[in-house]
Structure formats: C-alpha cells, structure tokens
Design a protein around this ligand. Structure first.
Ligand code: COA
Length: 350
C-alpha cells in the first residue's frame, strides 16, 4: 500500500502532519527517553539522531501512514498505522490526553476508507497508559502474545488487540438519554437558541460566553465545540424536543466541565440530571482520570450541582467572565474517576 497524499489531520489541540527530515532532533529527544522506548518494540536504546533520520527516511519513502503529532510547542510524538496502530508521546506531555486524541484522529482516518474492516494493535504487559487509550478507542484483547523489545534486548509478553469497524462506528455516536432529557451534539441550527441564552444573568456565571451574542457569533461558538469524538465539545440539553441548555467539556489536562441552562428551566433539577448522565458517559468513553470545574463564588446553584455530582472543592481562584466588568472570586472543583465510580455505585447524593 502506498499513501501518496497523506492528509494533515486536526484535533482540538493537535495537528497530525506527514514527517519531514527536520523532525529528527525532536524524535530523537522523545524516543531517546527510556521511559518511552522501553514500551516500543522496534526501537533500540540508546536511540539517537541517526536512528530518527533512518525512521523518517523509511516512512517518507513508504509514504506513511505515519504522522508527526504536534501541539503548540512543536513535535511531541508520532502515530502510525504501518501494519498496526502504534504511537509514542514525549515524556513531558504525558497525562494530557494527547495519546487518545492523536490515536483517535489516526483511527478515524483509517476507517474513513470503507474497505477497511479491522485495525490491530498491542501493548506490552504493564503498559496501563497505552491500554487505557486502546480500550477507550474500542480495541478488544484477542489474546496474549510475545513480542521482541529491542530496547530491552528481550522478548516481552504482549496483549494483542483488535478494533472492528463496527465497534469503532458505534463509539463515534453520542446521544445520551435521561428520564426527562436528551443530550446530543450542538448543531448549527442551535445558533438562535445559544444567542437567546447569552443573556446577562447567564453569561456572568460563565467564562467565555458574552452577553448579546449575534447568531453568527453563536455559530462560531458552536463550531468550536462541535462533536469530533474527543474532549472539547458541547452537547445540547433537550427537553421535549427543544434545546434548553448545554453541557460541555474543555480539553485541558484535567478535562474541564462547563454548562448553562436557560433561566426558564432553573430550579427543577435539570442540570444535575444532565451533568450526572454526561459524567457517566465521558468517564466511560474517554481515558480520563479526572474532570475539573469552577464556578463563581456568587453562583451557589452551580456549586450545588457540582456537589450533587460528587465534585470536591480543590481551591479558590479569580476568574474573568466575558459577562462581568471585573474579575471575580471562583471556587475550583475536581472529580476523580475513582470517586465518580464510588459515587455512582452509591446512587449519588441527590
Ligand atoms: C447553574 C445552573 C446550571 C443550575 O441549573 P439547575 O437546573 O437550576 O440546577 P439544579 O436544579 O439541578 O440544581 C441546583 C441546586 O442548587 C440549589 N440552589 C439554587 N439556588 C441556590 C442558592 N441561591 N443557594 C444555594 N443553593 C441554591 C438548588 O436548590 C438545587 O439544589 P437541590 O437539588 O439540592 O435543591 C443554572 O442556574 C444556569 O445555567 N446558570 C447560569 C450559567 C451557569 O451558572 N453555569 C455554570 C457555570 S459554573
């Protein structure tokens, strides 16, 4: 197979682009770290610039599919689909969710060809981070194997994994139902609703929604938060077929939760119901360890929503709302995956 025109792929935080010879230093620095190379079957340790140059030359000649994974600072890893899905990220960027975000884009590209039915991968025994990424993508274990780890000069037990097109496609849909509500991706046709929602009593409690949004600005707000299968999206909260609010995640290291409800629907337990269902979905869907949130000190209703969903206060800060003239005190919260699990098993604090 040749991939003459390997496209550049974009995710909320990352750009996946074809390799260039200039990438050698960054790749040598990343893979040269033993924390990284010990989990990769095919690379030697020590790993130097000449190894990186050979890797790049080989894949440029083959036409991929291997991408340089870049964030705002430059190349931070690579992801490839040569025979199977493989990836590595430089040690300093671990823990940000980049692995899932980059692999998700590559897998999405893989299955964009309707002729492809499956994708294989695997990870060495003990590599729980990589397992988290693969299982969140939908990979299932097909059995144990043995692979040679060049950096360790020995054979190592490996978990062999497989992802079917069916499983992949099933996971790309998001549509959450609760007793009263439906949560589905925010769409362009919600622009009038978002513009209506952007009134002072709502925006002063938020960070990035300004009062009196035009419908064009609302469309841009929606576009930036469109559903792409990775954190960094908003879902409309619908009741009786009409949008009444939204719930969203940012995509910082701890995935950030934010939400808003039209004032006509306040005080009826709507947001608590929406956020509980949303959290259950995103903890099941993404390999995230915690969700963070913050609320202005003068917004106790939001604090109550967070507490009812298991969040705990982590500190105080000062926040700038697009709906306020002055910075104002905020209270910060976090919900760990482990606590969420216990909380859910106990049926919440409702
Ligand atoms: C905050 C917001 C989402 C709450 O939505 P909601 O559907 O009314 O919330 P719920 O009814 O599920 O829960 C609100 C809780 O706060 C409590 N509450 C409301 N006003 C309160 C107040 N002034 N002081 C203390 N608690 C209050 C309610 O009693 C309820 O708790 P309970 O179920 O234990 O009685 C909604 O008011 C909103 O959209 N505000 C503007 C945007 C915003 O603040 N977003 C969050 C930014 S962090």
């Amino acid at each position: 197979m040749t991939y003459a025109a390997l496209p550049t792929l974009r995710t909320p935080r990352l750009t996946l682009r074809p390799l260039t010879p200039d990438d050698a230093d960054a790749i040598a620095a990343g893979v040269g770290n033993f924390d990284v190379s010990k989990w990769l079957g095919v690379v030697p340790y020590p790993y130097d610039r000449a190894d990186a140059e050979a890797f790049i030359a080989r894949h440029i000649e083959a036409g991929g599919p291997v991408w340089a994974v870049c964030d705002a600072s430059g190349l931070v890893g690579t992801v490839g689909l040569v025979n199977e899905l493989g990836y590595w990220l430089a040690r300093p960027v671990w823990g940000k969710g980049y692995g899932f975000e980059a692999a998700h884009a590559a897998v999405n590209w893989w299955f964009s060809d309707p002729a492809r039915d499956t994708l294989l991968s695997g990870h060495f025994a003990g590599n729980t981070r990589s397992r988290g990424v693969l299982t969140a993508l939908g990979f299932e274990e097909t059995g144990m194997g043995t692979r040679h780890a060049k950096s360790l000069s020995q054979d190592v037990a490996s978990h062999e994994m497989r992802l079917s097109r069916e499983e992949w496609l099933a996971r790309q849909a998001i549509d959450i139902r609760t007793d009263r509500l439906r949560l589905r991706p925010l769409e362009e046709s919600d622009a009038a609703f978002i513009a209506d929602l952007a009134r002072e009593e709502v925006t002063r409690m938020l960070f990035s929604l300004k009062t009196g949004l035009t419908e064009d600005e609302a469309r841009a707000f929606i576009h930036a938060r469109r559903w792409r299968g990775v954190p960094g999206f908003a879902l409309a909260i619908e009741q009786g077929g009409r949008a009444i609010g939204y719930v969203a995640t940012g995509n910082f290291s701890g995935v950030e939760l934010y939400y808003a409800l039209h004032p006509d629907h306040w005080g009826k337990g709507v947001m608590s119901e929406a956020v509980q269902a949303f959290l259950a979905d995103i903890f099941a869907r993404f390999p995230i360890t915690r969700v963070v949130a913050d609320r202005f000190e003068d917004n106790p209703a939001s604090g109550r929503v967070l507490e009812k969903c298991g969040f705990q206060v982590t500190g105080r800060d000062v926040g700038h709302s697009a709906g306020r003239l002055e910075p104002a005190p905020v209270i910060t919260y976090a919900l760990m995956r482990t606590r969420h699990q216990v909380f859910q098993d106990q049926g919440g604090d409702g």
